[in-house]
Write a protein that binds this ligand. Structure first.
Ligand code: HEM
Length: 229
């Protein structure tokens, strides 16, 4: 196992870890959004989806455990790489391009930590029922105990909650856009002709995901999704 640890500690190992865990987390965010979009199709659709997920039993727990490990590895590697970067370069850069590069990676640490705070809040809200126990209790009232629709629509009818969720999507957009660009760079997709295409693709994908989440968060206030009775 020590070779695995040595690989993780190496500079290339750190980059590969960030790329692999980043892609897995990106996949989760896409799948989560696609699942949550069922909210637009009405209570039966989103509740059936939630029930289907929970009926996976042990498989769901394996997936949750895997997601947690991937998430922790992503954060731990990011912290290690950012520390190593600082130690390697105590004197500021002279060239503007490199100054921009360090600004981008610093803002990644900032957006990443902000997302960490958002995810913790989100889990306390919808998964553990700590922040809004009244809304969380509604989840257990549906057929088979899966009224996710009631929990989510009641929560998003509170402007402060909907706005916090929507605002977090700006940070998610910035983080995903830069993450996708870095991923392409790690793959070696760095070329005068391809780089602008990769950058545009990263912007479009990140914008679609962030806009989809923000749309859901604001859908109740906008009158697109009705609050469950
Ligand atoms: C408006 C957008 C979102 C909605 C409506 C939403 C909804 C939900 C709901 C209802 C759950 C609880 C599932 C359950 O235990 O029954 C959940 C879990 C979760 N959400 Fe979200 N979510 C949104 C955005 C996000 C974003 C942007 C992220 C990550 C950046 C995220 C990460 C997670 C994670 C990690 C879980 C725990 C997964 C699990 O343990 O099964 N969510 N979400």
């Amino acid at each position: 196992m020590s070779w695995l640890f040595d690989f993780w500690r190496s500079s290339i190992g750190g980059k590969v870890t960030m790329a692999v865990t980043g892609v897995l987390l990106f996949g989760f965010v896409v799948a989560h959004l696609l699942g949550n979009l069922q909210l637009l199709a009405g209570p039966d659709a989103i509740n059936a989806y939630a029930k289907w997920l929970h009926d996976r039993g042990a498989l769901l727990w394996v997936a949750r455990g895997g997601l947690l490990v991937v998430f922790l590895l992503h954060v731990a590697t990011a912290v290690r790489l950012s520390r190593a970067n600082k130690q390697a370069r105590p004197v500021p850069y002279a060239s503007e391009a490199t100054v921009q590069a360090t600004f981008a990676s610093r803002s990644m640490v900032f957006s990443g930590l902000t997302l960490l705070v958002f995810v913790v809040y989100h889990l306390l809200h919808f998964t553990f029922g700590v922040t809004n126990p009244g809304d969380f209790a509604r989840k257990g009232n549906g057929a088979g105990g899966f009224d996710v629709h009631a929990m989510v629509t009641h929560s998003f009818s509170v402007p402060a909650i909907a706005v916090v969720y929507a605002a977090a999507q700006i940070v998610l957009f910035l983080h995903l856009r830069h993450g996708l660009r870095s991923f392409a760079q790690t793959l070696g997709l760095c070329h005068r002709r391809y780089t602008p295409i990769v950058e545009r693709l990263a912007t479009v994908l990140a914008a679609l995901i962030a806009a989809g989440n923000a749309f859901l968060a604001l859908s109740v206030l906008a009158g697109i999704v009705k609050v469950a009775q």
